[in-house]
Design a protein around this ligand. Sequence first.
Ligand code: 5GP
Length: 194
Amino acid sequence: MSGGNAGRLVVVSGPSGAGKTTVMREVFRRSRLPLKASVSATTRLPRPGETDGIDYYFLTPEEFHRRRHQGDFLECFEVFGGGHWYGTLHSEVEHGLAEGKWVVLEIDVQGAMKVMEHHPDAISIFIRPSTLAVLEQRLRNRGTESEDAIRKRLARAEYEMSFAPRYRYQVVNDDLQRAVDEICYILEKENKQP
Ligand code: 5GP
């Protein structure tokens, strides 16, 4: 991608419970770069407080698959194997890049691999806990999930962590401010050396 005001793609993944949403929220607040979150489409239902078009485009399975067959997605996958589909719309990425934005995709590892295949220049960041034991502790402290759900998330986390070496950067989130500083530094560095 050429210099100047060219947009960039930033791909962020990490196991659920690694704190990636909190870290990225703070990065958005702190960074002086023109970051723009890509809004994904999903077939899952909105959680309390989530808004259509802001948190996700909440689509019916019929609509999602119609758009999938129409070729509207840069990538889309059934995440967690739980029957819910998630996908990045070409339109989200293209509009952002055309405006010179740094389009941030917070997506799962399968989606990230696909995006990196098509955009080898994407800045890929994997946010991880130092160990799976730390992640397990965090999931338990949340106290929102059953034992069975925790086990499933941990198995999934182990699978996702195996993809970490394929990302350009790995950031350990043991300390929120340190993780945020590190990501802001990575983005600044990439800005200087596109
Ligand atoms: P949640 O349902 O908790 O919002 O997200 C569940 C998982 O779906 C997270 O790991 C998140 O990164 C992933 N995800 C969200 N949007 C997309 C997307 O557009 N594509 C893919 N492949 N995964 C996504």
